[in-house]
Design a protein. Structure first.
Length: 324
């Protein structure tokens, strides 16, 4: 028997339980992996709370690193002992071991350790589609990034800076402002005491920005639209402050023929070849040193409820890893 974090009903962190589970042998196209490190992400809170419905009882988490123990029939590109990681899988990463579709697994290159991999797969792949696909950031662009000291924020600001962009980041306090500045943000706005729309206007000389990356949602989204230049893109990829209200599409015309998208990693990485290409680009920028992955907090996997409490209270910065 092995252990996993599960929830039998939706709710707060208290619904998470550490229980024995049976894993079994991998079926066709599957692999059994033993985890070493599991990534913590805000989407885990959405799943646990019921904002994103899951079939109950349910496991949790979709990002981890570990070692292949066994492969099922038809799996030819993985073997026992391979170091692997994933960031776009069915729920169940909060576990000591699990079965997983082998086409979701990515072999880890030398130079990327398990803890780093667990911290970067979901957030790094999310960054890849946001700045290389949703809106392709190029040298000379000035972009706006909310939650710049968060897990995705610290990766995205470094990568965008590497591409030659000017990064404006918003954060909630002075400590997070220092962190964002140290990770590629050229301008940091403390939104709790500054009007970020006004500051973006000042920073850009009234030109505004071609793209806003917004994972905050309810508290920022309409103001994000006011930061966009004509034909600009608002990429809403999370909602840590709550769900955005239904949008009057006429506003998009009034504010400059804007585009709004609600992208997800699961869509962009649905095809195996796309997932592999995205991961290779991520591994390249990390191995080159252009993007540094820093794990700022670790918890034991069985203490996942405490990690969720701290994440929701914005007590964490950057990446957090649950150790198995």
């Amino acid at each position: 028997m092995t252990h996993a974090i599960r929830f039998h009903k939706t709710g707060g962190p208290e619904v998470l339980v550490w229980e024995e589970v049976s894993v079994g042998k991998p079926g066709p196209g599957e692999a059994r992996i033993r985890h070493t490190a599991v990534g913590l992400n805000f989407v885990d809170i959405y799943n646990r709370s019921g904002l994103y419905p899951a079939q109950l009882p349910s496991g949790l988490g979709s990002e981890a690193a570990g070692v292949v123990e066994e492969v099922g029939p038809g799996v030819t590109d993985l073997k026992p002992g391979d170091r692997v990681a994933y960031g776009a899988s069915p729920l169940g990463a909060y576990s000591e071991a699990r079965l997983i579709p082998a086409d979701r697994l990515l072999k880890l290159p030398d130079g990327v350790d398990d803890k780093t991999a667990a911290a970067m797969m979901l957030k790094g792949l999310t960054t890849q589609y946001l700045i290389r696909q949703t809106y392709r950031v190029k040298a000379g662009d000035t972009i706006l990034l909310h939650a710049a000291a968060g897990g995705v924020g610290l990766i995205l600001s470094q990568w965008a800076k590497h591409l030659g962009a000017t990064v404006i980041g918003t954060v909630s306090n002075d400590e997070k402002a220092k962190l964002a500045k140290a990770h590629g943000c050229d301008h940091v706005i403390i939104y709790t005491r500054e009007d970020f729309v006004k500051r973006v206007d000042e920073i850009t000389g009234g030109k505004k920005v071609p793209v806003v990356y917004d994972s905050v949602g309810k508290d920022t989204f309409l103001k994000s639209l006011d930061c966009l230049a004509p034909l600009g893109v608002a990429a809403l990829f999370g909602q840590s402050s709550g769900t955005v209200e239904p949008l009057n599409l006429g506003l998009l015309a009034q504010k400059g023929s804007l585009y709004v998208t609600r992208p997800t990693l699961f869509t962009y990485a649905a095809k195996r070849e796309n997932l592999v290409a995205m991961a290779n680009e991520l591994f390249d920028v990390v191995k080159s040193g252009a993007v540094k992955i820093e794990v700022h907090q670790t918890y034991l996997l069985k203490d996942a409820a405490k990690a969720h409490t701290d994440l929701a209270a914005r007590k964490t910065t950057g990446s957090t890893v649950l150790l198995v």
